[in-house]
Design a protein around this ligand. Structure first.
Ligand code: SAM
Length: 190
């Protein structure tokens, strides 16, 4: 099932709302990572920049065929050959990667509309030991020009509770400011 309230505005506008290099730098996403899985590629806003930084394959998925088509098209346009984009409902079918196979999992702008524990469990399954889940979301504590209802946006304490429910996930950062409108954190698989 599509995550509630996870629709997208127009592409150029959406991508004006992030400082992508700053976000990836502050989360520590770079050539230290091999294979990475992403839930919900959208327009490929983070898919492409992450794929360009890592050593391995970026496997992404989306429930919306138009989003998968756009991410594939953009990867082809810039000659990125390490993007694997799967049209799938991640709630039913997972992220399309083997157990313990990934160095990282991206849960970007997705942990607000239900299924959060399920998605964290799936990310944990996909990660190798010491692999990391990277999370970003709209800040719940400030007014922002877009984003789901403020009361549905995850807070650090809430994510830590979900992680405890899953088990075997430890925070390796606190609250990381990702201006102008986002925040982020990372969890590590024991
Ligand atoms: C708010 S957008 C975020 C996209 C991207 N992560 C970003 O930050 O730019 C959420 C995306 O997740 C997709 N999505 C929602 N529910 C999903 C599901 N159950 N399985 C796979 N993709 C899903 C939506 O179609 C949408 O493209």
């Amino acid at each position: 099932m599509k995550v509630h309230d996870s629709g997208m505005p127009e592409e150029v506008y959406w991508e004006s709302l992030f400082d992508i290099p700053l976000i990836l730098d502050r989360l520590g996403i770079g050539p230290g990572l091999g294979d990475v899985a992403e839930l919900g590629c959208g327009y490929g806003t983070f898919t492409l920049p992450v794929a360009a930084r890592i050593r391995g394959t970026l496997t992404t998925c989306d429930i919306d065929p138009a989003m998968i088509e756009r991410a594939r098209q953009r990867a082809a346009e810039v000659g990125l050959h390490n993007v694997r984009a799967l049209l799938t409902d991640a709630e039913d079918s997972g992220f399309g990667v083997d157990d313990g196979s990934q160095d990282g999992c991206l849960l970007f702008n997705i942990l607000h509309g239900g299924g959060q524990v399920h998605f964290l469990r799936e990310a944990s399954r996909a990660l190798r030991p010491a692999g990391r889940i990277y999370i970003i979301h709209w800040r719940p504590d400030v007014d922002t020009p877009r984003g789901p209802a403020r009361e549905t946006r995850p807070r650090l304490e809430q994510i830590l509770q979900w992680a405890e429910t899953v088990g075997g996930l430890e925070p390796v950062t606190g609250f990381i400011e990702l201006p102008p409108w986002h925040w982020g954190m990372a969890l590590e698989r024991a």
